[in-house]
Each structure stands twice: as C-alpha cells, then as structure tokens.
Design a binder for this molecule. Sequence first.
Ligand code: ATP
Length: 363
Amino acid sequence: MDIINIYDKSLYYIGGVVRDKLLGKESFDIDITYIGNAIDYCSKFGRVIRENPDFGTVRVDVDGREIDFASTRCEIYEKKGHLPTVVKIGCSLKEDVMRRDFTVNALAMNTETGEIIDYVGGQKDLKDKVLRVLHDKSFIDDPTRIIRGLKFRIRFGFELESHTKKLQDEYLANINYDMSYKRVKKELIETFNLNSQRAFELFVSEGIYKLVSPETFELPKINIENLIKKYPVENVWLCYIGLLPDLSRLDFTKQERKIIEDFQSIGDVKTDFEIYKAFDGLNLESILLYGIKTNNIKAVERYMDVLRHIKISTTGEDLKNLGIEPSIEYQKIFDKILAAKLENPDMTKEEELEIAKRMDYDN
Ligand code: ATP
C-alpha cells in the first residue's frame, strides 16, 4: 500500500480513503482503524496531536501528515438524529464497519497486505456507482446521511440505489426535527460549496430541503451555479441555502446572519439609483440571493458590471469648504450628486460641486 508509510498487519485504511483509492482519487483525510485500542497502539507512529479516549481516536503527525487512528468501535443511536453513544471500543472490524453510512464508505484495506475487506458489497456498489445504506433504520438514526448521500452523488456522479431512495422518501415524509443541526449545517456547507445546480435541483425535487425548512419550496428559475461562476463568492453554500423560507434551525455565524438579513431587507429595486443604494456596501452573497429570489439578475449584473465602479468624488470636507454647514442635508446632497453621476459617470468633481452649490442655494 502506498497511501502513507505505515505497513502494519493490524491496521486498516477505512471509509472514504479506501473508496477514493479504488476510484483512483486522492484523499485529503486518511482514516486508519486498529482492531483494539488505537490510543495505546498508534501513538508510536509519530507525534500525538490529540486524543479522544471517549471515541478511542488519536490524531498523529506521521511524517508531516496528520493521520487519524481510530479504535474499532460499536455505537448505538440512543437519541435518533444526534451523536451516537459508543458502547464498545475494540470490537471486531465487521461491527465497526456496520455503523457506517453507505456501503462504498464501509470498505477496509489492510495497510500491510493491501487486502480489501468488504462485508457489505461496497466494491460492487462502487463499480455500479450506487449509494446504498447498510440497514433500513440508517436515515432514522442519522438523517444527515441524506445530505451526505446528496454530496457523494454530486462528487462522484453516483445514484441512490432504489431501496435506499425509498427509505429516503419515507424518512422525508416523516421527519423528526429533533436532530443535530450542527451536523446538518456541516453537511450542507460541504454539499453546496460544490456549487452544483444539480445538487440544488435534487435537494428541491426530492424534498431534502424539508430537513431544514418544512414549508413547500420551489426551485428558483435562475441557474445559481452559473451565476456564482460569473460572480465568485466566499460563502457559496449560503447562496443556495439562504433561499429557504425557514432558516430558524440553523445556527449561523455573525457574518452569515448579516448576509441573510441584508438580503431579506432589500426592497424592490428598479432604477440605477435604487439598485446602487440598496446594494452598496453589502456582501456579494446578499446581492446574489436577492437577484435569485426576485428573478432580477438584470439588477445584479447592472450593479456588478457597471454601477459599483461609479463613485462620487465629493467629500464632507468639500461641502464644508463650500461653506455648507454640516447637517443631515449632506446626505441629500451626496444622493443628488450620486443620481447625476450614475447618469453621467464622466462627471468631473467641479460639476459635482456645482450640484452641491445649486442645492445649497435652492435651500
Ligand atoms: P470525504 O472526507 O472525502 O468527504 P469521507 O467518506 O472520508 O469523505 P468523512 O466525513 O471524513 O467522509 O467520514 C469518514 C468515514 O466515516 C466515512 O467514509 C464513513 O465511513 C464514516 N461516516 C462519516 N459520517 C458518517 C455518518 N453520518 N454516519 C455513518 N458513518 C459516517
């Protein structure tokens, strides 16, 4: 095996890393399982970064690469939709594999011999490009697997196997909203940061969005993927998820909340001046969300391609020098100059000041 420099008969690559290896893709996370207690056994492979005795996991710096070593463990879902409880550390490899989400993520590979251990038909499903859960209660135990399924379908071009799709439909028709939305959010971020219109189409047509927002939601007409390719943003996922009518279950950061609130408070914009005043100073995500929601991409393009480059040159200091006393009138003067400048972007500063003088005179 050539994933990392560890060759040990009692250690197995497990989960995504084996899937990626068989798909010929590179893995970013490398998970290794030890049949027994990994914390005792695996600390010898390098500098221990951290360990979590409750889960029997240890992260070790192996030749400059952070590797997660896990003990084989059994888990039960005492509270459906929440983190499982570990009931045994050091169980058999088969028991460990059975707690996983999809068959293609339940493969193990011996680090010494390269032998693949496949208890659940994961290799065949990998070949057939299907995602199959390991048991009928899988989505009830952990509904975030539905979003993970969507993510893997997009990343690898897989389909949901038909019985798994039926289980998904059944769960979505009967959602238990008492679930860990922290985990839901993490999966939503990973899925929608892929910037895939297809992901959003499936999210809507299959009703996966109902995990977050129960009320009926229709796919916007705008192709969000193309819009984001034209106007790249930092928080790609928010340009999809921010459209849902009920976001109360997700715990947003301050910046994320500002993006949503700004977007929701933009009123109807038609003229260049209204567009400029509404969009100026906002995060691009808010602007895109507005354009998608209102089907008004023209306003977004007008602002992004033309208006945002237009700035007035007049400052408060200039008005003071003209003898105009500082007051709330300043804002009116700036707005008047801006309106004129949006019509005539070549306007000079002298011409701007003329407007200010005229307004002061009229008052
Ligand atoms: P990638 O890191 O490329 O996104 P991955 O499969 O490695 O894919 P992780 O989220 O790192 O994804 O999870 C590692 C492994 O842990 C998975 O392959 C799967 O076996 C298991 N796993 C992760 N999340 C769950 C879950 N919600 N339910 C069951 N098993 C899970």
